[in-house]
Design a protein around this ligand. Sequence first.
Ligand code: PRP
Ligand code: URA
Length: 209
Amino acid sequence: MGKFEVLDHPLIQHKLTLIRDKKIGTKIFRETVNEISTLMAYEVSRDMPLEDVTVETPIAKTVKKQLAGKKVAIIPILRAGLGMVDGILELIPAAKVGHIGMYRDETTLMPHEYFVKLPSDIDQRQLFVVDPMLATGGSAIMAIDALKKRGATNIKFVCLVAAPEGVKALQTKHPDVDIYTASLDEKLNEDGYIIPGLGDAGDRLFGTK
Ligand code: PRP
Ligand code: URA
């Protein structure tokens, strides 16, 4: 079974509480999602492999560490996942970015895929699939299905708020995927929204509705 981690660094918790507030407007919401994503990227990249490299300082030659192995690609699930991309790129600026468009039917809660554009070498990369909300898990599961169908093997899923129902569904369907969230909330309501959650992440990020 992959990892399941709640990233409870005080700065992450503080900033997440800020954006749960329904009175917070689009500008602050977007900026804060960005900041949380940078902080989460720091934690999520903790197990990136290192290799020895020789470096010559002005004083002496020495062997030190640098990042090795797989390169990273960030895969936002559209739309709301877009809000997390720039924050992660702050720390991993050379990452490639692939996009998966997915919307959830508001009545059936079933996800529908409408767009896939990925780097050609996703099978060689460590993938960070990002979406602020893991609710029923349907969107994340379908996005990861789409990536695996194209050869991806090394996937971490990163969200801001997760419902227990979504975590269980994602772990059942994709037990190899590590899941990172800033919060494990209580449950879903009858409309498929996370309680207490933060509302509709896409609408809050982009000022729609
Ligand atoms: C939201 C959210 C996730 C999905 C989570 O997207 O950003 O992608 O719902 O729900 P699930 O776990 O039950 O699938 P939405 O479909 O509202 O699209 P949007 O990002 O374009 O607003
Ligand atoms: N999608 C959202 O944006 N918010 C929720 O609470 C559930 C799904």
